[in-house]
Design a protein around this ligand. Structure first.
Ligand SMILES: CC(C)(COP(=O)(O)OP(=O)(O)OC[C@H]1O[C@@H](n2cnc3c(N)ncnc32)[C@H](O)[C@@H]1OP(=O)(O)O)[C@@H](O)C(=O)NCCC(=O)NCCS
Length: 151
């Protein structure tokens, strides 16, 4: 298992992983758009095939996880833990003091992952995710102090 910075040439692979983890998932163009923004960076975990990806932004002393996805076949093997740890390190190196993210309030697995990584609940955004059919789900805002030495 290899973890490395994602490159332009990885856009298809990043999208493939994202589409295996989310419905509908992001296409290469959407990922390219986000990855070209100020302070954006991506990391990828691969073995023979890409297994996981994270996309973040570190800007003006704050970092944000834009998305995190692990192939369903590769879950509970520490792929996300490795990605979040590396992303937090990269954000800290880029001068960020804290890392934020939003996660659906019913995404118990992701919330458990972030809590094991030292994130704490910092707020709630009502009706943040549109699930279709008039169903909206709140987001939990989570925060990791990058100066705490937790990671
Ligand atoms: C959430 C997700 C990224 C976790 O990826 P993963 O590689 O399986 O996570 P890891 O193996 O690194 O898990 C590390 C720890 O987090 C916790 N955890 C991860 N997934 C969990 C789950 N489904 N249920 C409970 N705890 C979980 C556990 O403490 C786990 O340690 P353990 O396996 O030793 O018990 C993955 O399930 C995924 O891609 N889900 C769909 C997309 C998504 O929800 N992304 C996040 C949106 S903000």
């Amino acid at each position: 298992m290899n973890l490395r910075p994602a490159q332009q040439a990885d856009l298809e692979a990043l999208s493939a992983v994202h589409r295996r983890a989310f419905t509908p998932g992001w296409g290469p163009e959407e990922i390219a758009d986000l990855a070209s923004g100020p302070g954006a960076f991506g990391l990828i975990v691969e073995s023979e095939a890409p297994l996981g990806m994270i996309l973040c932004r570190a800007l003006a002393g704050e970092a944000e996880v834009l998305t995190l996805a692990v192939d369903p076949q590769a879950r509970r093997r520490g792929v996300a833990r490795a990605l979040v740890t590396a992303a937090a390190g990269a954000a800290r190196a880029a001068g960020a003091q804290a890392m934020f993210l939003e996660v659906a309030v019913d995404n118990d697995g992701a919330i458990a992952l972030y809590e094991t990584q030292g994130f704490v609940r910092a707020g709630r955004r009502p009706s943040y995710y549109d699930r279709g059919g008039g169903v909206y789900v709140d987001a939990v805002v989570m925060r990791l102090d990058l100066n705490s030495g937790a990671l």
